[in-house]
Design a protein around this ligand. Structure first.
Ligand code: PLP
Length: 389
C-alpha cells in the first residue's frame, strides 16, 4: 500500500511507539499515586506537557490533555457558552470540520446563535465580512480552523485574532491539521484556545491536547477526580500522553530540519505529474496559503467514487472530496462553502503526504491516478481530450 491519507490519520512514528511502550508495560502506576512508581509516571506526563507546549510556543500549564481533537473542540465551545451566557454568538466558517460544525449546531440548539462567515473561493475567510459580522458585547467566540483537512488551506489567523480581540471576542482554532505541519506560536498569534490531535502527527488515535491561554477562563466539560488541574477529569491516558509528547518533540525537530520542504517537493512532484498528463486538473485552495502536505483537486467529469475504487485496486490509499455517510456520498460542505459545484466536488480527490512517504510513492501515485483517469474516461465512453482544455 502507498499511504497518502495522512490527513485522515498518520502512521505512528517508531520512536513514538518506543516512548509509549514502557507505560503500557511496567510503568502502569496511577500518576496520582504518592509512591515512587506513581511519581515517575506523573513526571512523564509533565515532560509530555512541556514537549507539547514547546511545539506551540506555550507554557506547560496552558496544555490540557484530552481524548483528541473532537473533545478539545467540544470542551471549548461548551466552556465559552457556559461562562459568557450574555454573549450568544459563535462565528465559524463553512469549511470547518464536522467536530466544529456539529458542536456549533449544539451551541444553537442550546439557545445560542451561530453565524457562518463566508470564505473566498480560495478557501480563506473573507476578513472584511468577518469584521462586519463581529458584534462587540454579543459575539463570544470565533472558532476557525488553522489548516483545512480537505484542501490544506491556511487561515489568516493573525488577522482573525486581531479582529476578534478588538471586538472583545475570544478565538478558538482547530489546529488539528496544522500542529506539527507548520510553525505555530501562540505568543506571536495569541489565540485563546487551540485544539490538536495526536493521530494526525504520528502519535496514536485517542489522544489530543487543548491549549488554554493563561488569560482565558475555562469551565471543564468532564468533571470528576480533578485531573489535569481540574480542567479534564478522568485518569490520564498515560501512554497516549507520552506518545503525544514525543510526537510533538519530533515534529518540532522536523519543522527545522528540512523535512517540511522534502514533503512539499513530493507533493509538488505528484501534482506536476498529474497536471502534465491531465491538464484539466484543478487544484482547490489558495496556492500561496496551503499545507505543503496536502493535494486536493478536481478532475472534471471523472467520478471520484470510481477513482477511489481503481486507486484502491492499485494499492493507493487516498480519499475523496465527498464524505461517505451511511453508504451515500455527500458533497463536502467545505468545498461547497468555497463555491465548488456539487459536480466538481464529486470529482475531487485528496492526497495527503507525510514524512513517511518517498519520491517513489509520489510518482507511483501520480501514474496510478493518470491510469485510473484514462480507465474512467474509457468506461464513461468519453473523450479524454475533454480533460486537456
Ligand atoms: N479537526 C480536524 C480539522 C480534523 O481533521 C479532525 C480529524 O479528522 C478533527 C478535528 C477531529 O480530531 P480527532 O479525530 O482527534 O477527534
Amino acid at each position: 500500500m502507498i499511504y497518502l491519507d495522512a490527513n485522515a490519520t498518520s502512521p505512528v512514528d517508531p520512536a513514538v511507539l518506543e516512548a509509549m511502550l514502557p507505560f503500557l508495560r511496567e510503568q502502569y502506576a496511577n500518576p496520582a499515586a504518592s509512591y515512587a512508581a506513581g511519581r515517575r509516571v506523573r513526571r512523564a506526563i509533565e515532560q509530555a506537557r512541556a514537549q507539547v507546549a514547546a511545539l506551540l510556543g506555550a507554557r506547560a500549564g496552558e496544555i490540557t490533555f484530552t481524548s483528541g481533537g473532537t473533545e478539545a473542540i467540544n470542551a471549548v465551545h461548551a466552556s465559552v457558552r457556559a461562562l459568557w451566557p450574555e454573549k450568544p454568538v459563535l462565528i465559524i466558517t463553512g469549511t470547518e470540520h464536522a467536530a466544529v460544525l456539529e458542536s456549533a449546531r449544539r451551541w444553537q440548539a442550546q439557545g445560542g446563535e451561530v453565524v457562518t462567515a463566508p470564505v473566498h473561493p480560495n478557501g480563506r475567510v473573507d476578513l472584511t465580512a468577518l469584521r462586519s459580522l463581529l458584534r462587540p458585547g454579543v459575539t463570544a467566540l470565533i472558532s476557525i480552523m488553522w489548516a483545512n483537512n480537505e484542501t490544506g488551506v491556511l487561515a489568516p489567523m493573525h488577522e482573525i485574532v486581531a479582529l476578534a480581540h478588538a471586538a472583545g471576542a475570544l478565538v478558538h482554532t482547530d489546529a488539528v491539521q496544522a500542529a506539527g505541519k507548520i510553525h505555530l506560536d501562540v505568543k506571536a498569534t495569541p489565540v485563546d484556545f487551540l485544539s490538536m490531535s495526536g493521530h494526525k502527527m504520528h502519535a496514536p488515535k485517542g489522544i489530543g491536547a487543548l491549549y488554554i491561554s493563561q488569560r482565558a477562563r475555562f469551565a471543564p466539560l468532564l468533571v470528576g477526580g480533578g485531573q489535569e488541574s481540574e480542567r479534564r477529569s478522568g485518569t490520564e491516558n498515560v501512554p497516549g500522553i507520552v506518545a503525544l509528547g514525543k510526537a510533538a518533540e519530533l515534529a518540532r525537530q522536523h519543522l527545522e530540519d528540512g523535512t517540511k520542504s522534502k514533503i512539499k517537493a513530493l507533493r509538488d512532484r505528484f501534482e506536476h505529474l498529474v497536471h502534465a498528463a491531465l491538464p484539466g486538473m484543478h487544484i482547490h485552495g489558495s496556492p500561496a496559503h496551503r499545507l505543503s502536505t496536502t493535494s486536493s483537486f478536481c478532475l472534471p467529469d471523472i467520478d471520484a467514487a470510481g477513482m477511489l475504487i481503481l486507486l484502491d485496486q492499485a494499492g493507493i490509499a487516498c480519499s475523496a472530496g465527498s464524505a461517505c455517510h451511511t453508504g451515500a456520498l455527500h458533497a463536502s460542505p467545505a468545498l461547497e462553502a468555497m463555491g465548488v459545484s456539487a459536480r466538481d466536488a464529486a470529482c475531487t480527490l485528496r492526497f495527503s503526504f507525510s514524512r513517511f512517504n518517498t519520491k517513489a510513492d509520489a510518482e507511483a501515485a501520480a501514474h496510478a491516478v493518470i491510469e485510473a483517469a484514462h480507465k474512467m474516461r474509457e468506461a464513461q465512453g468519453c473523450d479524454l481530450a475533454v480533460l486537456a482544455h
